[in-house]
Design a binder for this molecule. Sequence first.
Ligand code: ADP
Length: 267
Amino acid sequence: MRTTVDTFVSEYMTAIEDRNERIRAFNQMASHELRSPIGTLLFAAAALERADVRADPARNEKITTTIKTNAQRLSWLVQNLQRVTRLSSPLDVPNEQNVEVASIANEVARQLQEMASSRQVRMVVANDLPELCVDPARLELALMNLVANGIKYSDPSKADSFVEITPGPSDAPEGRCTFCVRDNGLGIAEPDRVAIFERFFRAHAHLDAQLGVTGSGLGLAITADCIQAMGGTIECESTVGAGSCFLISLPLNPPQARNGSPAAPKP
Ligand code: ADP
């Protein structure tokens, strides 16, 4: 009897610790993700203070769109924060839909346009990217972090800096697709390449002031979580001085739901 009670209490405690850990991880992710749209909004507000920008209707419109998009992004994050108080693991509720990677990538490029122009980085989205059934919010979050990093860690000494989203190698196993986020930026030294997916690890922190960037070292950990939750994998190839390539492999259809029944794709 005593053993049964002890076992019950021990399992109960493990379940509570597990739940607390998930909530902690989600809160960490949320505060990191709140910072990025807030930074963009502050940047947009500073741009609107400039007389030359105010006098240019086209730029005004672009900045207004950026403000709206980032306010929407904040609203999405706040909704998720509200859900965390009701659910133990809000990001475990997938919302799978048929999506074209190109349309999500173009939306990401649109949202990061201001940041890319300010750092003279070209963004290129190939039009032959795959179509698959995934949670678009997770895919967008992953691409957002990868493209933003490509811009942040671009090489200021290069005349033509770019970040491109292209199809991966054509030998993807059946039922899967691949695509890459590639840049010709600073690159990542070999020993750091595995560590960059760990929370809080930052390989270029010593260059922050010189590059004019900041970071928390959570973006790639969140990206890897999102990709893993979609049943995918992410790998990084990089050469210092030449650039980096993040290769994503995802199933064309969602993995089986936790209860064993396949998740029904939405039309
Ligand atoms: P951060 O908030 O520092 O950008 P991330 O988790 O997004 O954190 O990335 C971890 C580290 O990996 C970065 O600090 C940077 O050193 C390195 N890194 C990520 N993406 C790139 C890239 N495209 N080019 C060069 N370094 C990168």
